[in-house]
Write a new protein. Structure first.
Length: 340
């Protein structure tokens, strides 16, 4: 029997669903703690529920960029070597310097050459155009060891009005897997036209220019089957603030992923992006009946459903799995590597 992902998502089935949380860390001790936390939560949830992105852009001290990149490679190799047989492989990414930074090519040579095959993606900040994407792709592919199979996906950070204007073109690039919004640089690039209130709290969800930029990025990603990733919340000591922001991002603005900059933000993000138990039960029931009907239309409690709505409910189950939510047995078997 065909897998729901293959029937309902077609050509996009192979792209998979990214974890809803992308956790950034650049200080050596915190990078190690982030990788340890990822291992612990993977055991707890039975899935890798957040990516760890080791940060070379903001994490490297000025003048120490090359040494920091070397440390990142060592941490990636250490984390991969610690994986026991049968355990889920960690999802580790790296943010490098922008393509026009003097350290960009050194970053690529060190990180891709030393750890490229074990990365889940590479994050490139301050992307302004498709030309920047092409430059990054050429550098990555030139440094990647020849034995590597699949090309390394690229995540990009749009941080200026001009970059947001080109979001649809950037999202269309086949190597771009996800686009993130750089709120702080976006606001500061307006020369004071957006007040500081636009950086945090309700302001980042009410200022028209900020809201427009977020919606543009989300729309561009969905138009091309890519993942829109919401920006940071600076109130990292306020769990209520991060969960509120995550819920707005997920339920009102179309984002399916979000940045974390502190370990305390990870669980609120997972909670906000996770479907409810009632929604999971409904989705599992509909997908089960649809599969039994060989994906023909069905009547479910007086509502007609067909492949259009089946896609919605299947994606809900994928998100439930990605956030470590309990699934009914019939739904859980779709996520077992040993079952069709």
């Amino acid at each position: 029997m065909q897998h729901p992902r293959d029937v309902l998502l077609g050509a996009q089935a192979g792209t998979g669903l990214l974890p809803v949380c992308d956790h950034y860390s650049g200080v050596p001790a915190r990078m190690r703690k982030s990788l340890a936390l990822q291992r612990a939560l993977t055991v707890e949830f039975g899935a890798c529920v957040f990516d760890v992105t080791l940060d070379c852009e903001d994490g490297a001290p000025v003048g120490g960029e090359r040494a920091h990149a070397g440390l990142v490679v060592a941490l990636v190799r250490e984390a991969i070597s610690a994986v026991t047989p049968g355990a889920l492989r960690p999802r580790i990414a790296v943010r490098v310097h922008p393509v026009d930074h003097p350290s960009f090519m050194d970053d690529i040579a060190t990180i891709i050459g030393g750890a490229g095959p074990w990365l889940c993606h590479l994050m490139v900040p301050k992307v302004e155009s498709v030309a920047d994407v092409e430059r990054a792709v050429a550098a990555i592919d030139g440094a990647m060891p020849e034995s590597t199979g699949c090309p390394l996906p690229l995540h990009v950070l749009l941080e200026s009005p001009a970059a947001v204007h080109r979001a649809f073109d950037i999202a269309a690039h086949p190597r771009v897997q996800s686009i993130s919004f750089g709120l702080m640089d976006f606001v500061s690039s307006h020369g004071g036209a957006i007040a500081a209130e636009g950086l945090s709290g309700d302001g980042q969800f009410s200022h028209p220019l900020v809201v427009r930029a977020k919606l543009e990025i989300a729309s561009a990603c969905h138009a091309h089957g890519k993942t829109p990733s919401h920006c940071v919340v600076t109130e990292f000591r306020d769990p209520a603030a991060i969960e509120k922001a995550a819920r707005i991002a997920a339920r009102e603005m179309g984002f399916t992923r979000m940045w974390s900059i502190h370990p305390d933000q990870i669980r609120p993000i997972l909670s906000a992006f996770a479907p409810s138990s009632a929604d999971i039960a409904q989705a599992a029931d509909i997908i089960g009946k649809a599969q039994a009907a060989h994906w023909a239309p069905i009547d479910h409690r007086g509502h007609l459903h067909d492949r259009a709505s089946y896609r919605l409910f299947w994606q809900l189950l994928e998100r439930a799995h990605a956030t470590g939510q309990p699934l009914p047995e019939d739904a859980r078997r779709h996520f077992s590597p040993s079952l069709p």
